[in-house]
Design a protein around this ligand. Structure first.
Ligand code: COA
Ligand code: AMP
Length: 641
């Protein structure tokens, strides 16, 4: 079978985009409301590889909110906020959403925020965070959301790089086991950053109020009440399609995160295409993406795509388990008549662990529910098969990255469901010309593993550049394989054109669907005064997929108890990167296993930790070092020696 033999409209659609991308994407762009409709889809001469819709202009907030509020969806729910951690539920119609967003945009404008200015958001999953993102979009300001599980130091790096005029934050976030005070983290981040925002708008939550600095901080609720009293609002600014809508920082191979830039017209076009064709969802239906607005998945499928498409988007502040139980997602699906649920495989594994027979699905009316989508990490076939069995619906694994902004590959149910192959992320979406290359950049035959690369140009929606650095964009993604974008994922394309993603080719690891840099963790460990050298690897974990494990060699004259130092190192990573790193394992070893040229043998260390067969590398400098790694892991009940 070849791609062309696949059932449904997929093959012809992908072929149409490849044959005439101008016509395909100009047609897709008609799903949006433009101030000035584009006459060209792509200009290859702008930016590191080209820019989409170079002469179009539009506003993202108008497309996501106002055009529905002004039309027949005014009284339809735009957002359903469902928060088991606070015991709150709130429905916000498109009309009400427009009022809230226009007011907040007015407040931001009075604080001096205008076109192109940056606004950092450090907020949990609450409606005001969405109002903030959309208010920025309304003004043509660039939002940059920082995930709440990152510590002050990581927030500081992002403030330093994005140079926001204003920060929007909540006083606290709510984890099932604790209240996370965000404001002290924000204060510490601003203190550590050389760039200082002129103002912070702080949303006081009753679960943990924050002390405000009268010179810099304003109370969010008071500002909104005041603005509403004075009738302060702001209108949608007409922006170039190529203007940045947001910057989202993601882990790179160094401790310095990469600011992925998202443009406006290309991104919204790709999202609008994906809703009916990939997800098979119609306007007016309810979409539930159980991610977090701090991640790309949340930006796309909690905020922009469902709203663009006139859907109701569920904003869920809770966990898949423990809030209160493993039936939480099924309750939300049933209560809000969700047709499409999108989550990470790790969430599914957490549910499966607590409710192995899926008994809780029977307690809810899931009749509206059609499809489960998974992404963020490799979906293990066991969990996919389990979900298919207990839900009796298609379970679709799809693959993407912060950089691409929408899925690279998936099973486009709206074009006709393709045969599902467990372990595979199915076929490339239109505009993606996906190839598997060997180390020399030569394409490998079907079924052969290599680095997955995308032939340039990237389709609309993908990053045009990195914030402030076309050069870093070129070096990071375009230099390895000239003419291609290097995904840094390894994988296989089979005879049917199905893509299987096997893992990263760089030092990024994926912990509970969260992308983290082991290099960043090594930088933290190395800065401990007793550490001579270190290596962090991702080791297999049945719940989170992978968890980090750090091996450290202490300086020669250190006489302190290694167990105490190990605890300090665990605390240091939590303090400097954040709880999201899930760094719980630091092991002191006499030396690190290296090749004779000094390269640390991380891949072999990982095989030992994962209890996979391994061979002694011929180039090893000192074979006992690997045995010591095995012994230290065995001491913690991990792997085999
Ligand atoms: N703010 C502050 N802290 C946060 C946080 C946030 N927004 N999100 C997570 N954390 C903390 C957690 O409380 C935890 O802290 P702890 O070490 O004190 O327990 C730590 O960060 C690690 O969190 P996580 O890896 O998410 O583990 P968990 O045990 O809290 O939950 C799952 C496990 C599987 C339920 C959870 O990881 C999950 O729902 N994952 C889905 C991920 C996802 O949707 N990813 C988006 C890609 S599509
Ligand atoms: P992020 O940028 O946080 O979305 O993480 C992107 C990385 O997560 C990818 O480069 C992959 O390594 C991994 N990833 C995302 N989705 C999948 C998937 N469906 N299958 C396998 N890996 C995935």
């Amino acid at each position: 079978m070849t791609n062309a033999d696949l059932p449904g409209r997929y093959a012809q659609t992908h072929a149409a985009a490849a044959r005439d991308p101008e016509a395909f994407w100009l047609d897709a762009a008609t799903a949006l409301t433009w101030d000035r409709a584009p006459t060209r889809a792509f200009d290859p001469d702008q930016g590191p590889y080209g820019r989409w819709f170079p002469d179009g202009s539009l506003n993202a907030c108008h497309n996501a909110v106002d055009r529905h509020a002004d039309g027949s969806r005014r009284d339809q729910a735009a957002i359903v906020y469902d928060s088991p951690v606070t015991g709150t539920k709130r429905t916000i119609t498109y009309g009400a959403l427009r009022d809230e967003v226009a007011t907040l945009a007015g407040i931001l404008a009075e604080l001096g925020v205008g076109r192109g200015d940056r606004v950092v958001l450090y907020m949990p999953m609450m409606p005001e965070a969405l109002f903030g993102m959309l208010a920025c979009a309304r003004l043509g300001a660039v939002h940059s959301v920082v995930f709440g599980g990152f510590a002050a130091n990581e927030l500081a790096k992002r403030i330093e790089d994005a140079e926001p005029k204003v920060v929007l934050a909540a006083s606290c976030g709510l984890e099932p086991n604790r209240v996370v005070a965000y404001k002290p983290l924000l204060d510490a981040a601003i203190a550590a950053s050389s760039h200082k925002p002129t103002a912070c708008l702080i949303l006081q939550r009753p679960q943990g109020k924050a002390a405000l600095d009268p010179a810099r901080d304003r109370d969010w609720a008071e500002a909104v009440a005041d603005a509403k009293g004075r009738g302060v609002t702001a209108a949608c600014a007409s922006m170039a399609a190529t203007d940045p809508l947001y910057v989202l920082y993601t882990s790179g191979t160094t401790g310095k995160p990469k600011g992925v830039v998202r443009d406006t017209g290309g991104y919204l076009t790709a999202l609008a295409w994906s809703m009916p064709n990939l997800y098979g969802v119609a306007p007016g239906e309810t979409y539930f993406c159980a991610s977090d607005i701090g991640w790309v998945v949340g930006h796309c499928y909690i905020v922009y795509a469902p709203l663009l498409h006139g859907c109701t988007s569920v904003l869920y502040e809770g966990k898949p388990v423990g809030t209160p139980d493993a039936g939480a997602f099924w309750r939300v699906v049933s209560e809000h008549k969700v047709v499409c649920l999108f989550t990470a495989p790790t969430a599914l594994r957490a549910i499966k662990k607590e409710d192995p027979e899926g008994a809780l699905t029977a307690e809810y009316d899931l009749s509206a529910f059609r499809t489960l989508f998974l992404a963020g990490e490799r979906a293990d076939p066991d969990s996919v098969a389990w979900a298919e069995r207990v839900l009796d619906r298609p379970v679709i694994d799809h693959w993407w990255q912060t950089e691409t902004g929408w899925p690279i590959a998936g099973n486009p149910v709206g074009l006709g469901l393709l045969p599902v192959k467990h372990g595979s992320t199915c076929v490339p979406m239109p505009g993606y010309d996906v190839r598997v290359l060997d180390e020399g950049g030569k394409e490998v035959p079907p079924g052969t593993m290599g680095t997955i690369a995308i032939r340039l140009p990237l389709p609309p929606g993908c990053l045009p550049t990195l914030w402030g650095s076309d050069e870093r964009m070129r070096q990071s993604y375009l230099a390895t394989f000239p003419g291609y974008y290097d995904t840094s994922d390894a994988g296989i394309i089979d005879e049917d054109g199905y893509i299987t993603v096997l893992g990263r080719t760089d030092d990024i690891i994926n912990v509970a669907g969260h992308r983290l840099s082991t290099g960043g963790m090594e930088a933290v460990l190395s800065s401990h005064p007793d550490v001579a050298e270190c290596a962090v690897i991702g080791i297999r974990d049945t719940l989170k997929g992978e968890v980090p494990c750090g091996f450290v060699v202490l300086k020669a004259r250190v006489a302190r108890d290694p167990a105490v130092i190990e605890k300090e190192l665990v605390a240091k990573v939590r303090e400097e990167i954040g709880p999201v790193a899930a760094f719980k394992l630091a092991l002191t070893v006499p030396r690190l296993p290296k090749t004779r040229s000094g390269k640390i043998l991380r891949a072999t260390m990982k095989r030992i930790a994962d209890d996979e067969p391994w061979t002694m590398p011929a180039t090893i400098d000192d074979a006992t070092a690997l045995e010591e790694i095995g012994e230290s892991l065995k001491g913690r009940g991990i792997g085999g020696a």
